[in-house]
Design a binder for this molecule. Structure first.
Ligand SMILES: [Ca+2]
Length: 195
């Protein structure tokens, strides 16, 4: 009996870990007049994030992107952006008009922690966060600092890309799963005692 419970306690967290392999997710951000809801998203490669412009002020558009060199546009090397996002579109007369940015994260080169700018057409700007991490379940991850393959091409990444936040969050998730596993085992044990 006691051995069985102990085995459950050991096995359930392992099963939880196996079940956590990443499936592609889609996240939605609502872009408002002075905020984004939410202000930041954490993605894994193959996820999608979609930014919808819900700012209904007349003639105000949003343009969200990475301005690496801080010159107020998203056109330089390594930069990317939504393009102009309107609140409403008259597609009959303007087929290029868009109300949403659907950003499919399908390139491992995008892995990093970004501070994006939302440039409003009235000159205001707000900063939002976009964290993209690699899918750790596809295979053994290289140790940081270790060189795989072509070592001369090793890049020095910007400081922003070195945040330990994602590791911390993974730790929290693991701790949560283990607690859940333990609680489930205790629940099963209680049921067995009552039977
Ligand atoms: Ca720029």
């Amino acid at each position: 009996m006691r051995g069985g419970i102990l085995a459950l306690l050991l096995v359930i967290p392992l099963l939880s870990g196996l079940a956590a392999a990443h499936e592609p997710d889609t996240f939605t951000v609502i872009v408002r007049e002075d905020t984004h809801d939410p202000m930041g998203v954490n993605l894994v490669i193959n996820d999608t994030v979609q930014y919808y412009n819900a700012d209904s002020r007349e003639n105000i558009t949003h343009n969200i992107g990475l301005d690496l060199n801080g010159d107020g546009d998203f056109d330089d090397d390594g930069e990317f952006s939504s393009g102009v996002l309107n609140n409403e579109c008259d597609w009959d007369n303007d087929s290029d008009c868009r109300v949403a940015w659907i950003f499919v994260i399908n390139d491992t080169a995008l892995v990093g922690n970004y501070i994006l700018s939302d440039l409003h057409s009235d000159g205001n700007e707000i900063e939002v966060r976009l964290n993209i991490s690699a899918d750790d379940h596809t295979g053994p991850a290289p140790v940081i600092g270790e060189c795989l393959g072509d070592c001369e091409d090793e890049e020095v990444e910007p400081e922003l890309k070195r945040s330990s936040q994602t590791d911390f969050q993974k730790g929290l998730m693991l701790a949560g799963m283990m607690m859940f596993g333990g609680a489930s085992a205790l629940f099963v044990a209680t049921l067995m005692q009552k039977a």
